[in-house]
Design a protein around this ligand. Structure first.
Ligand SMILES: [Zn+2]
Length: 77
C-alpha cells in the first residue's frame, strides 16, 4: 500500500502552510515554522508534529489506521 509521505503543515501561530516530506522511520517532535520561526511541538496525545499540524498523519499512524489499530508512531501504545 502506498503511503503518502508529503504532509502539509499549517502553523497554528501564523497560519503559514508548508509542505514537508515525512521521515518513514522516525517521529518528528519539533518543527520550525518557515513563516514565523516558531518551534511547533506535538499536541498532547499526538506523537509527532505531522499528526498535530499536518493534513496527513505520519506513515506509522497511517499504517496502523489502515489495519484498524489506533497506533502511535513512537511504538508506545
Ligand atoms: Zn508560524
Amino acid at each position: 500500500m502506498a503511503v503518502p509521505l508529503i504532509s502539509t503543515i499549517t502553523c497554528p501561530h501564523c497560519g503559514h502552510v508548508q509542505q514537508e516530506t515525512m521521515p518513514t522511520n522516525a517521529c518528528q517532535w519539533f518543527y520550525d515554522c518557515k513563516g514565523c520561526g516558531a518551534v511547533l511541538r506535538p499536541k498532547p496525545g499526538d506523537c509527532c508534529v505531522y499528526c498535530s499540524y499536518g493534513d496527513v498523519p505520519c506513515p506509522p499512524i497511517q499504517e496502523a489506521r489502515a489495519e484498524g489499530r489506533s497506533g502511535s508512531c513512537c511504538g508506545t501504545s
